[in-house]
Design a protein around this ligand. Structure first.
Ligand SMILES: Cc1cc2nc3c(=O)[nH]c(=O)nc-3n(C[C@H](O)[C@H](O)[C@H](O)COP(=O)(O)O)c2cc1C
Length: 358
């Protein structure tokens, strides 16, 4: 896309929804019915896409996205996919088939995590090699009408040919997240959009500059790339209510739940390590890293824990700080996800109405 238009997406909680994170009495079990409540809320709110994660505790992402796409008309699906779990030619076929059948309503969020529990033992940087080769192969088979060969470190193909070709041309968008040197390198080579978990806007601007210069060094026009934030939104009519809701949201998690989260977040993900370092550094400041940026959720949730907390004007102004830093995509969530999407659509989307879309 790589223009100034803004794109807003939302998260479907495929491991269940909650009003107080980690509190079993405030947990709503995952169900297709609730995924559709969130998806319908997103369409009503004028959000462009939903992100569906991949994780052992979640419903399976491809199946969920297919079912949601079949029941919606405008909403796009950003499906999380782990290279290495699906061989590249099959992943190319799955994306292209989805793209054809939904008439262009798929993008893919390429995820570098793998798990020994699933029988895959790639090291951190090796996972990005597998991602790199997967992207190369998908581009190759989508753009060739004849069988092709490929010789990589992880994949060797003979006579590879994939039908159907994608509906979106030249291909559906790919997203990559992460802050490690290897994530930046592979993203600079392949991603249409690089996604960040929350950091301060000035830090995001620095990483964007680094990824753009890496892209340029690889011979790619850095203007082809978009950048986006994956953030939590805690939005209320008044600032005071928003902060009360923020603290309430993390008030029900038992200590052993928090310890489990800290252990997960302490893996080899640089992005997760940065989130946890941010939490430790901000603990004495009530987990605040800016007037309306809060890392409290990272005490009870791995991954995307940074939140914007405030009234509609404050939330919009904080999003604008990330736009000024170079972001045009916002992949957001709030608890519970259907009501939070409706509130965001009603109270914040109007601030960006003339800048949203293609
Ligand atoms: C927006 C975003 C969404 C992500 N979604 C998932 C996910 O669904 N499942 C998962 O296992 N990891 C997910 N990740 C984790 C990344 O794939 C990756 O492991 C992480 O960013 C660490 O990368 P790094 O060590 O290169 O910084 C996500 C990361 C980002 C930024």
């Amino acid at each position: 896309m790589a223009n100034d238009r803004l794109h807003f997406g939302w998260f479907i909680p495929t491991r269940g929804d909650e009003t107080r994170i980690g509190d079993p009495t405030a947990h709503q079990e995952p169900s297709f019915e609730h995924f559709m409540e969130v998806a319908d809320a997103c369409e009503t709110a004028g959000l462009e896409y939903t992100l569906v994660p991949v994780n052992p505790t979640c419903y399976e992402a491809w199946v969920t996205c297919s079912m949601v796409a079949a029941r919606t008309t405008k909403l796009k699906q950003l499906v999380a996919a782990r290279p290495g779990y699906i061989v590249p030619t099959l992943m190319a076929k799955m994306i292209a088939t989805f793209d054809q059948m939904s008439e262009g309503r798929i993008a893919v969020n390429l995820i570098s995590t793998t798990s020994p529990a699933d029988g895959l033992f790639y090291e951190h940087d090796e996972r990005y090699e597998v991602m790199d080769e997967t992207c190369e192969i998908m581009k190759l088979v989508w753009s060739n009408d004849h069988p092709v060969d490929y010789d990589g470190k992880h994949f060797k193909l003979r006579g590879a040919f994939v039908q159907p070709k994608p509906y979106q041309q030249p291909r559906p968008r790919s997203y990559i997240g992460g802050v490690s040197p290897k994530a930046r390198e592979v993203s600079a080579k392949h991603a249409d959009c690089h996604l960040f978990w929350g950091e301060r806007p000035e830090e995001i601007a620095e990483i964007i500059a680094d990824i753009r210069s890496t892209a340029e060094a690889q011979g790619r026009d850095p203007a082809e790339m978009d950048f986006g934030m994956r953030l939590q939104i805690i939005l209320r009519e008044t600032e005071e209510e928003a902060w009360d809701s923020a603290w309430d949201l993390i008030s029900g998690a038992p200590d052993e739940f928090k310890q489990r989260i800290a252990a997960v977040a302490g893996g080899d993900s640089h992005a997760n390590q940065r989130q946890q370092a941010q939490v430790s550094a901000a603990a004495a400041d009530d987990y605040r890293i800016g007037p309306h940026l809060w890392t409290g959720i990272s005490t009870v949730r791995a991954g995307a824990g940074t939140s914007i907390v405030g009234n509609p004007e404050q939330v919009a102004a904080t999003l604008q700080e990330f736009i000024d830093a170079g972001c045009t995509e916002f992949c957001l969530s709030g608890y519970p996800h259907d009501q939070a999407a409706l509130d965001f659509g009603r109270l914040v989307m109007p601030y960006f109405a003339d800048r949203v879309g293609v």
